[in-house]
Design a protein around this ligand. Structure first.
Ligand code: MN
Length: 543
């Protein structure tokens, strides 16, 4: 099984060149198309129904770490009497395998795409392992498909190569037990991934593919985090509990306690926020929040007696945590210091933390597999007592302008208190001292433009109430509050991602989004922070 994938160790120099050539990667130094091939038993195939300038089906076979691709205008068929023209096109990166969504107009292949069929394939070629690349070169490939729609033996034959080197092939189905007379792909218009049609995906895409970006950055998730959300049954079970109960969610069992305890004082005109509200929110937000927490140690800011009392940092995972709770042992922990950390690698782990009284979630800036290499440069606009919201917006907009000029991608969020942070995703490599230095340079340059707004004094008492552009959290085991984390304040505000445009929205407030309102905002606008999940960015020199 899987002979072509077994050959994947071999270099594939040049096979993605055409893909790169048609797209403009000049804006980044990231090598394009370097995703490691996943370990799989058999190579995969995918057929995407793609409405670009013309409707066609993209027929793609995983061969030697890329997707060998043909555009089939009328689509593949099980009808053995029909031969379909198939135009050999450039190899596509494996990242494209499960892409379903919209390619923005104006970019290469602009239109809508569904995963029309997918599965595994096997070449029927001589050799052990069978030599699919050789058969491709020769111009005749016999293959067995195991998809949801396409099954049985297909043959791809090259019929001509034109003067520009464009290859025309034929795709046909053998007369075997899977053959079906009169079978038309247009009769089966739904995605095998989502059950949706091209029209439905176009109306509400969950992903964008920027074909002018390198493959590891090209996909942008819009609304669906790709993880299952709480089910209606899971939601309903929580409401059946009194003060305690065992919640079954995300395949785990969690014993919840003190559910009616008030954890956040009420805001005017609202009910106070109970622990039940908090664990419910943790369950609702977890599939999205996990994207920013996974593979990272979590420092928990606990307020077991509620936000009205002083909280404390809790880093060590307690011995009573259930065995399934994901964790990480810091190999560099000093004796007597925190060693075993919670790692929210799955949604239920966040609900566990909420039930443990962790009102505030602070994930490390580095991942557990590489603790000394941050994946973000963090910009923290920290208001002083005299800093007005308008002042803070001025500082945030100046950072926006600076990042634009530097061609650096960052994403802002309000803190849920009075501040704004900007997270700049980077390709791991630089040390914390390097990201700290870069952030300091950026912020000092900006601060010099508005010296009346900013203090560089360390002591709060010496800052005369001015704002601080705090670069010092770019350090090992120092953290900023995670996206979507609640904050210990009346009404349970959350640190909510915002779009850059919202800095110009007079209605924007730093603490307006709460655990009661932010889910509706996500349903409407999507997860505005997801651009930080696409790293691969290098920080340009400043000054
Ligand atoms: Mn296409």
């Amino acid at each position: 099984m899987g002979p072509p994938s077994a050959r994947r160790g071999a270099p594939v120099a040049g096979s993605l060149e055409e893909y790169r050539r048609k797209r403009d990667f000049t804006k980044t130094r990231e090598p394009a198309g370097t995703a490691p091939a996943p370990k799989i038993a058999a190579p995969r195939f995918v057929v995407q129904r793609h409405r670009a300038r013309r409707l066609h089906y993209d027929f793609r076979l995983e061969i030697e770490g890329v997707l060998a691709s043909w555009a089939v205008p009328k689509g593949p068929t099980l009808d053995p009497a029909v031969r379909r023209a198939a135009f050999h096109v450039e190899d596509h990166p494996l990242e494209y395998f499960d892409f379903e969504g919209v390619i923005p107009a104006g970019e290469y292949g602009g239109g809508d795409v569904i995963v029309w069929d997918a599965g595994t394939w096997q070449a029927d070629e001589a050799g052990d392992p069978p030599d699919a690349p050789k058969a491709l070169k020769k111009g005749e490939l016999h293959l067995d498909l195991k998809g949801e729609k396409l099954r049985g033996r297909f043959i791809l034959v090259r019929t001509r190569t034109d003067a520009q080197g464009k290859e025309q092939w034929l795709l046909l189905h053998k007369r075997d037990e899977y053959a079906v007379e009169g079978w038309d792909p247009e009769d089966y218009p739904r995605s095998v991934l989502s059950g949706r049609t091209n029209d439905e995906v176009k109306a509400g895409p969950e992903r964008l593919w920027h074909s002018n970006l390198p493959p590891d950055q090209a996909s942008v998730t819009l609304k669906d985090p790709g993880r299952r959300r709480l089910s209606e049954d899971e939601r309903a079970e929580l409401d059946t509990f009194g003060a305690a109960g065992t919640w079954h969610l995300f395949g785990r069992e969690l014993h919840l306690t003190n559910l009616d305890k008030v954890l956040f004082p009420a805001r005017a005109g609202e009910a106070p926020v109970t622990k039940r509200d908090l664990v419910r929110y943790a369950g609702e937000i977890a599939p999205i929040a996990v994207r920013y927490l996974e593979h990272r140690a979590l420092n928990m800011h606990r307020f077991p007696n509620g936000a009205g009392e002083k909280g404390f940092w809790h880093k060590e995972l307690p011995a009573h945590a259930p065995a399934w709770v994901p964790r990480w042992d810091n190999p560099e922990a000093e004796p007597g210091k925190s060693r075993t950390y919670l790692v929210v690698d799955e949604p239920a782990a966040l609900v566990w933390a909420a039930n443990f009284g962790a009102l505030e979630w602070h994930a490390w800036t580095s991942r557990t597999d590489n603790p000394h290499q941050p994946t973000y440069a963090l910009i923290d606009l920290d208001p002083g007592e005299r800093t007005t919201w308008e002042d803070l917006l001025v500082l945030a907009r100046l950072h926006r302008t600076a990042l634009e000029h530097l061609q650096v991608r960052g994403q802002p969020k309000v803190t849920g208190r009075r501040g704004i942070q900007i997270w700049v995703p980077i390709r791991p490599g630089p040390s914390f001292s390097e990201t700290r230095e870069w952030t300091e340079k950026l912020s000092r340059t900006i601060g010099a433009v508005v010296p009346k707004l900013v203090s560089w004094k360390w002591q709060v008492s010496e800052r005369s109430g001015l704002a601080r552009l705090d670069y010092t959290q770019n350090a090992l085991n120092k953290t900023l509050v995670a996206p979507y984390s609640p904050r210990p304040a009346p009404g349970a505000p959350v640190s909510a991602p915002i779009s850059w445009d919202e800095l110009d929205d007079p209605a924007l407030e730093p603490d307006a989004f709460t655990i009661r309102s932010v889910l509706g905002r996500i349903a409407e606008k999507g997860d505005l922070f997801s651009s930080v999940l696409h790293s691969g960015q290098e920080l340009p020199p400043i000054g």
